[in-house]
Ligand binder design. Structure first.
Ligand SMILES: Cc1cc2nc3c(=O)[nH]c(=O)nc-3n(C[C@H](O)[C@H](O)[C@H](O)COP(=O)(O)OP(=O)(O)OC[C@H]3O[C@@H](n4cnc5c(N)ncnc54)[C@H](O)[C@@H]3O)c2cc1C
Length: 483
């Protein structure tokens, strides 16, 4: 492709040959994220500064080429999957923590910094960066900002959006903007809020100003087991109804517990139908009071054992079980497909029953490990792609699952985003006019539609013509190759 060749020549001249990859192996490696959809990359560019990003954007604009931003590629919805030979701009090498100002409770970081590296660097100051996706060892702040990532501790502390004060963004024409401000309540439109969770469709974030959260003086972690999934699910609402918002409230069903225990040896009860991992934090007296409420709510719902972590080592072990869940399920089958619908907390027990029924109808293995306090389900189908017809059954079951959650008043995603995989479900929750408003706002940033195209909004329509376009999933697979 002449445009790509010319773009490569210009990018090599500006950024150096080692910053621009185009060999078949590299193009293949960067053709997908951690989801199941593979696309095709035209070029892969490693940027080291905001100036490098400006160069990429200008070259891409000159040659009318699409651009796909990429952090660590751990996204689960195909957000960083390039379609149509795009230029993949990788921010992984922009990995400096630029400034930490505990007195102002903020830090400026580059997008390639790993989430956990930031939290570790802040610890000696007595602060942390609160959003803690289970992928935090490897997922980047740029990716977290652009997916509005959540995590176990986002129940009490809020998801990424609540922790981002400002972002520096390079727009598709190469211009640079700062949205938000260090000071609270930045005047004007909240374009910071528009960028957070925009999945790389507006520009490339080159720095983020994040809020620091004080480390809690006391923490208590408990593992509660139940003989019935329903009792476990109802305990979640019962805890919140007692006025306690735990720092974390995670649920795992038997299938996950067994896989995790085989792998992490955390002492999880493998005979339980489901377990809750509950963490409360705050001043010591408040932690004691919250613990009593959690225990009382669980007893009302026939809890079996309540195990309280005796020290930091046991606490870390209990969390190791939860955080290694997605890795552990490789023991069940070689492939998995995951959803992260959100449902009203009160509906959890019914929805879980529906999830198991769907899996049974499609003859699939389903396990559940999720942020129960937020009602953020993660039903996970485990399967072997090489068995003919299996992927089709997984996708049919996924379709039913999403509709089940939406019909219960839920939403498509609590944290992973929409990307490519869920794009065509958007009309289930938005009218054509709603979608049109979103498309027009997006077009104000990216009038040529080159920024991570075909992601988030259903394809086939642009600003102004959603109402007329034929929208809907209609059983068709999203584009890209399902692997
Ligand atoms: C084992 C496992 C556990 C996970 N657990 C969680 C969890 O608990 N909570 C959660 O929210 N997610 C979780 N995820 C999903 C994933 O880790 C998050 O979505 C994460 O925020 C993605 O970060 P990344 O750096 O890998 O981004 P990528 O996958 O590289 O990109 C994600 C999206 O952000 C865009 N993007 C990336 N960087 C930039 C940038 N600098 N500027 C503009 N756009 C950009 C991309 O275009 C893409 O749309 C998990 C994934 C795995 C594999």
């Amino acid at each position: 492709m002449a445009a790509l060749d010319d773009a490569r020549t210009e990018l090599v001249a500006a950024l150096g040959a080692d910053a621009v990859l185009h060999d078949p192996l590299a193009l293949r490696l960067y053709a997908r994220d951690a989801s199941m959809v593979e696309g095709s990359a035209g070029l892969v560019v490693f940027v080291r500064s905001a100036e490098d990003v400006v160069v990429c954007m200008r070259v891409a604009a000159r040659h009318d080429l699409p651009v796909v931003p990429r952090g660590s590629g751990t996204g689960l919805v195909g957000g960083a999957t390039p379609i149509a030979d795009a230029i993949v701009v990788v921010t992984a090498k922009m990995d400096r923590i630029l400034e930490v100002r505990p007195e102002d409770r903020l830090a400026w970081v580059e997008p390639g910094v790993f989430n956990l590296d930031l939290a570790d660097a802040l610890r000696p100051t007595g602060f942390t960066y609160a959003p803690d996706p289970s992928s935090q060892q490897v997922s980047s702040i740029g990716g977290n900002v652009n997916t509005n990532a959540g995590g176990p501790h986002c129940l009490a502390y809020g998801v990424t959006s609540a922790h981002v004060l400002a972002v520096d963004v390079v727009l598709p024409d190469g211009s640079v903007g700062r949205f938000g401000a260090e000071a609270p309540a930045a005047p004007g439109y909240d374009l910071r809020g528009f960028v957070v969770g925009s999945e790389g469709t507006l520009g490339i974030v080159t720095a983020a100003c994040v809020r620091l959260t004080p480390l809690p003086p006391a923490v208590r972690t408990m593992l509660l087991d139940f003989a019935e999934v329903e009792d476990c699910a109802q305990t979640v609402s019962a805890i919140i109804a007692r006025g306690v918002v735990p720092a974390a409230l995670e649920m795992m069903d038997r299938g996950i517990v067994r896989a995790v225990e085989d792998f992490a040896h955390a002492g999880y009860p493998t005979d339980a139908a489901a377990v809750l991992l509950v963490e409360v934090d705050g001043l010591p007296a408040a932690v004691d009071a919250q613990t009593r409420e959690v225990e009382a709510a669980a007893r009302e719902h026939l809890v079996g054992t309540i195990r309280v972590a005796a020290d930091d080592t046991e606490r870390a072990l209990l969390w190791k079980g939860r955080k290694s869940a997605f890795g552990a399920i490789a023991r069940i089958a070689p492939h998995y497909h995951l959803h992260d619908c959100v449902v009203p907390r009160k509906a959890l027990a019914d929805i879980l029953a529906g999830v198991y029924a769907i899996a049974q109808r499609h003859d699939l293995i389903v396990t559940n490990v999720f942020h129960a306090g937020d009602g953020n389900l993660h039903p996970l189908f485990s399967f072997d792609r090489s068995v003919p017809g299996t992927l089709e059954r997984v996708l049919a079951a996924s379709d039913e699952l999403v509709r089940l959650c939406v019909d219960a008043g839920g939403s498509l995603s609590g944290e992973h985003g929409i990307g490519l995989e869920k794009r065509d479900f958007m009309p289930l929750v938005f009218t054509a006019d709603d979608l049109d408003a979103q498309a027009c706002l997006r077009a104000a940033f990216d009038p040529d539609g080159r920024m991570n195209p075909r992601k988030v909004l259903p394809d086939g329509a642009r600003c102004g013509d959603y109402a007329a376009a034929a929208l809907g999933r209609d059983g068709a697979l999203p584009e890209g190759t399902w692997i």
